[in-house]
Structure formats: structure tokens, C-alpha cells
Design a protein. Structure first.
Length: 155
């Protein structure tokens, strides 16, 4: 068994999980935002937070570990432009993701409180949701760009 190909497979799978989970989370959270059903919002926010813990977080950790190992074992120059750009983009995406996770937890808490108290969602819910939505775009565009750079390896 070729360890390089195993690590490369793990790198590709973790990138697919990172990207796929991100799109899935965004879809369900976005759809729940327009629902008037608080139980639907709670279901979406609970599962979004859970999916981030189970899928996204391990993929976020696996990506740089497997990526750096592949660069090292593949004999690439660490500072090739395409690699350097992926480092920067990945850091930007991660910096967007950290507050997004915090926001998701806050949204879940607000929905749960509204259900338990029998009240409407506070105005802060909408404001945080919009921030969550805006922060998702640099991460999404960044990951698409990283996919392009990994495939094309432009000089």
C-alpha cells in the first residue's frame, strides 16, 4: 500500500467533507431562516452545530495536516505561488468559520429560548443570521478557489 496515495485520498475526502458539509449547513440554515416554525429553526440550528462538530471540525484539522504532508512528500516548493495562495485562502476561510460556529450556537440558543419562553425571536437573531450569511461567502469562494489551485497548480 502506498502511504502517499492513502494520505492523498484522506486529503481529498476531508476537502469534500469540508465543502459538502458547508454547503449542506448553509442550505438548511438558510431555508430555516425563512420558516415561521420555531421547531424547524431549532432542528436546523441543532443539526448545523452538530454537523460542524462531527464533520467540519475534523476536516478542518485534517486538511492542513494531510496537505503539508503531501507537500513535503511530493517534493513541492513550500512557497510555490499556488501553494502560498492556498495557505492564505485557507486561513481566511478558517477565520470566517470560527465566528460562524459561534453565531450558529447563538442562533440555536435564541430559538430554544423563544420556544421555551413562548416568545418571538429577538431582533438580534436576524442580525446574527445576516452576519452568518455574509461570513459564509468568503469561505465558500475561498474553498472553490483552493479546489481550482489544487487541480490546476498554476505556476
Amino acid at each position: 500500500m502506498d502511504i502517499y496515495l492513502v494520505v492523498k485520498t484522506l486529503h481529498i475526502l476531508s476537502s469534500a467533507i469540508l465543502f459538502g458539509t458547508g454547503i449542506g449547513i448553509a442550505f438548511f440554515m438558510f431555508r430555516s431562516y425563512y420558516s415561521i416554525d420555531l421547531d424547524a429553526k431549532l432542528f436546523a440550528s441543532r443539526n448545523t452545530v452538530l454537523a460542524d462538530y462531527i464533520f467540519t471540525f475534523p476536516a478542518v484539522i485534517a486538511q492542513p495536516i494531510t496537505g503539508f504532508w503531501l507537500v513535503w512528500q511530493g517534493g513541492y516548493d513550500w512557497m510555490n505561488l499556488w501553494l502560498f495562495l492556498t495557505y492564505i485562502i485557507y486561513v481566511i476561510a478558517a477565520l470566517c468559520w470560527v465566528p460562524v460556529v459561534w453565531i450558529q450556537i447563538q442562533l440555536k440558543k435564541m430559538v430554544l429560548h423563544s420556544i421555551e419562553a413562548g416568545t418571538e425571536l429577538p431582533a438580534r437573531y436576524s442580525k446574527l443570521f445576516k452576519t452568518w450569511f455574509v461570513l459564509g461567502w468568503p469561505a465558500f469562494i475561498g474553498l472553490v478557489t483552493v479546489f481550482f489551485l489544487m487541480v490546476m497548480k498554476p505556476v
